[in-house]
Unconditional design. Structure first.
Length: 352
């Protein structure tokens, strides 16, 4: 799907309140150089905390950086209304959960910067991070015209290192790395202490050049959540764009997947994403082997859920098997409909 990066409608600027400095702020916001994109899903408190941190930076107050929030159908919150009224902040809400990739594309479409900084709501920036990322974007614009994607050093909430780069997945590598701790299955440490080229970087804290993303047509919306960052970097490399890792700028990522319990619906989402990636980038026989393995996993987990007396999880794993069948048959949209229905069902249960 092509990504239309047209300037946002005038209503975005209309959110700036009148006041003594409104004219200066409005004029500055006409041409922000960097657009921060935040996708919110049931994380209003984390999103508001991150926005407060961003707005404390002079770059945001002066209009060189704008903040775009796209909400994937979270329950309403008083924080939502406060965020809408903030200068230099725009909020787009959807009436259904469209997934991370589509939400990012929407945020980029509404933005005006030459570069996009994608941030998860559970990210905390270290002092000077925003200025460093802004200056780095300026430097790359002048010195590295084909630098398209850049990631940063990450820390866990306790200060320990969190891996943020890796090699492109292969079938053998994916299966072999199941023997590793969860925090290392997808990632690989980069020993360099200076900026260096890498295959891919994680999307939770990611700098992307507008021209690169536009050329690639945005994130692939076939991915609902996970692996869209790996796919982006792989497609970028195929089009002559480079991906970099910058260890001198650090952010804290509080809730990475490897530190969380993985409920059935999240397991369904991650398996769908891995299958989507394999279907796009691996030989057909490798995709078929992966599909058989995940089909067997879905059957075993469904049986175990039934034995435990958990019909909800059993139903999710039944749908996991059906998603596998759809993808093997090439029925991509059918698989996505099943996935969206499962996510919507969990949303309804959570709301209740």
């Amino acid at each position: 799907m092509a990504l239309l990066l047209a300037p946002p409608p005038a209503r975005v600027l209309e959110r700036i309140p009148a006041g003594r400095n409104s004219r200066r702020v409005r004029a500055a916001l006409e041409t922000p150089r960097l657009s921060v994109i935040i996708v919110n899903y049931r994380q209003w408190h984390e999103t508001a905390k991150l926005v407060r941190q961003l707005r404390a930076d002079p770059l945001v107050r002066d209009g060189a950086v704008e903040v775009i929030i796209v909400d994937n159908h979270s329950p309403a919150s008083r924080l939502m209304h406060k965020l809408r009224r903030l200068p230099a902040v725009s909020l787009r809400r959807w009436n259904k959960n469209h997934g991370f990739a589509r939400a990012v594309n929407e945020g980029c479409r509404l933005s005006r910067g030459d570069w996009f900084l994608l941030l998860n709501p559970d990210i905390e920036l270290t002092p000077g991070f925003l200025r460093g990322a802004f200056d780095l974007a300026e430097t790359l614009s002048q010195r590295e015209p084909r630098a398209g994607v850049l990631g940063f050093r990450l820390r866990n909430g306790d200060g320990s290192r969190q891996l943020s780069t890796g090699r492109f997945p292969t079938l053998l590598g994916t299966l072999a790395r199941l023997l590793l701790p969860r925090r290392r299955r997808k990632y690989q440490a980069v020993p360099a202490e200076t900026r260096s080229r890498v295959p891919w970087v994680t999307g939770c804290c990611l700098l992307v050049r507008r021209q690169c993303l536009e050329e690639l047509g945005g994130l692939d919306e076939e991915f609902f959540l996970y692996y869209e960052d790996v796919d982006l970097c792989r497609r970028a490399a195929a089009c002559g764009w480079s991906t970099w890792f910058e260890p001198k700028l650090t952010a804290v990522h509080y809730h990475p997947l490897h530190l969380r319990r993985v409920p059935a619906v999240l397991r369904l989402v991650t398996r769908h994403s891995l299958l989507t990636y394999g279907r796009k980038h691996w030989p057909g026989w490798q995709f078929n082997v992966l599909a058989r393995i995940i089909r067997a996993e879905a059957w075993a987990r469904r049986v175990w859920a039934r034995l435990r007396g958990d019909p909800v999880q059993a139903g999710v794993f039944l749908e996991m098997g059906n998603v596998v069948e759809d993808l093997v048959k090439g029925e991509v949209e059918g698989a996505r409909r099943r996935l969206r229905a499962a996510v919507k069902d969990i949303d309804v249960r959570a709301g209740a």
